[in-house]
Design a protein around this ligand. Structure first.
Ligand SMILES: Nc1nc2c(c(=O)[nH]1)N[C@H]1C(S)=C(S)[C@@H](COP(=O)(O)O)O[C@H]1N2
Ligand SMILES: [Mo]
Length: 412
């Protein structure tokens, strides 16, 4: 700010022409400079701190993106992807990781934004076309990341403040965010490598200056707090899916052992408006589209050979709970209907809503653990858990474990 005056005299508008390290600055520039003051030699705002947080965020976002993509494919099968039928608890792990890395990324992102805010306040805002592009790419990156973490956390807390359909919004913004992240990593890879790879030999030979001990300590403390924040948030929520940590699940929206019958309910029979239909004596489980139309009463289902499987309900919202299920194999009922051994089906609930039907691919339909469950842990299914019969299959997102079944449609 003490440089020589250049150009015309100040006009009092934003065209004032003091210089700031050789650049023309205006009122905004001076305000930004004031906000940046004191951060220049603060290790918490230097490239090394930003790069460290960047690497941690890059790992979290990559795991979160890949597990999210897997979850999306599980629910919206693409021609080239068949959801495998095992291991039975795979989705529980991938979705647990998805939610945990998303939650852990929240404090990391806040720390990163705080670390780099002096850079964001640089003035002039752009100095070249390349610089403009790099800065523009921050908009989808920061905006997208904030949106993804906010909408995800809101969703697992069953809070829908945004006027959009969560799965679609969360999915499409994920692509935008990851695209921007790839561009950002491309732009920052060299500097990140440069500042993170310490070369003691170069310091010894005097090529690089050694960092003051206090600076390294300040940085370590700041990064330590960010890591502790991420760790703490994870520990107090992951109990919703990791049994031994359930008593620590202070912030966990669901507890795996709390709910009707000792496990959570997602959508009660009353909420689904099926309380009467599920006890109607005229209820039958119908199989359509096979060689023989089939209509089974509850007594018919109980009279068929029963099978058991221990499988989790693994909700997309991150909670999971395992149960010992007992019922009729889907494959046995399909055989009764004269359907080919491995055939894809749609299961439909008495409930008409969005989650009232699900696809079962041929691999899962043929799997011996894919059950039309009548019991959980030795007790008849409760109304809220899907009485009289629900689907339960290995490695399926909870949302596809359809309750209150009415119809099974064999795909042509
Ligand atoms: N018909 C129907 N089935 C459904 C749902 C629903 O809303 N309607 N919710 C699904 C979701 S999101 C989950 S996580 C599981 C939860 O099963 P539970 O309530 O028995 O724990 O049921 C699934 N089956
Ligand atoms: Mo769910």
């Amino acid at each position: 700010m003490t440089g020589p005056r250049v150009g015309p005299a100040p006009t009092g508008r934003d065209t004032t022409t003091d210089t700031d390290r050789g650049h023309v600055v205006g009122r905004t520039g001076r305000r930004f400079a004031a906000w940046r003051r004191g951060t220049e030699h603060d290790p918490r705002h230097d490239q090394r701190t930003a790069a460290t947080l960047g690497v941690a965020l890059g790992v979290c976002f990559t795991v979160c993106f890949l597990t999210g993509l897997y979850s999306h494919l599980a629910q919206h099968p693409a021609g080239w992807f068949t959801l495998p039928a095992g291991p039975g608890g795979l989705y529980r792990v991938t979705q647990g990781l998805h939610v945990a890395t998303g939650i852990g990324a929240v404090p990391l992102l806040l720390a990163k934004l705080w670390s780099v805010y002096p850079k964001l306040l640089q003035w002039p805002a752009v100095t070249s076309v390349a610089h403009a592009l790099e800065r523009l790419s921050l908009l989808p990156l920061v905006g997208g990341a904030l949106f993804m973490l906010f909408s995800g956390v809101a969703n697992i807390d069953l809070w829908y403040p945004l006027p959009l359909f969560f799965p679609a919004g969360h999915y499409w913004v994920a692509w935008i965010t990851i695209g921007a992240l790839v561009v950002h990593i491309g732009a920052k890879a060299a500097i990140t490598r440069e500042v993170l790879l310490t070369r003691p030999a170069e310091v010894r030979r005097g090529i690089r200056p050694a960092e003051p001990v206090t600076a390294a300590g300040d940085r370590r403390a700041f990064l330590g707090w960010a890591a502790a924040g991420a760790g703490l948030l994870t520990v107090v929520t992951v109990g919703q899916t990791v049994g031994p940590l359930r008593s620590l699940g202070l912030l966990a929206p669901r507890h795996p052992d709390i709910g009707d019958g000792g496990f959570p309910v997602n959508n009660t029979a009353a909420e689904a408006h099926v309380t009467d239909a599920i006890v109607d004596p005229a209820w039958r489980l119908r199989v359509v589209g096979g060689a023989v139309p089939v209509a089974l009463s509850l007594a018919d289902l109980r009279a068929l050979p029963q099978a058991e499987a221990t499988l989790p309900i693994a909700c997309v919202e991150g909670w999971s709970a395992s149960r010992r299920w007992r019922g009729v194999r889907l494959a046995d009922v399909l055989a009764l209907a004269g359907a080919p051994a491995a055939t894809a089906v749609t299961v439909r609930s008495l409930e008409q809503g969005l989650y009232g039907s699900a696809e079962v691919n041929a691999v899962q339909a043929a799997h011996p653990d894919t059950l039309l469950a009548l019991e959980a842990d030795g007790a008849v299914l409760s109304p809220d858990h899907g009485y009289p019969v629900r689907l339960i299959g290995p490695n399926r997102p909870g949302v596809m474990q359809t309750k209150w079944l009415a119809t099974i449609e064999v795909h042509p």
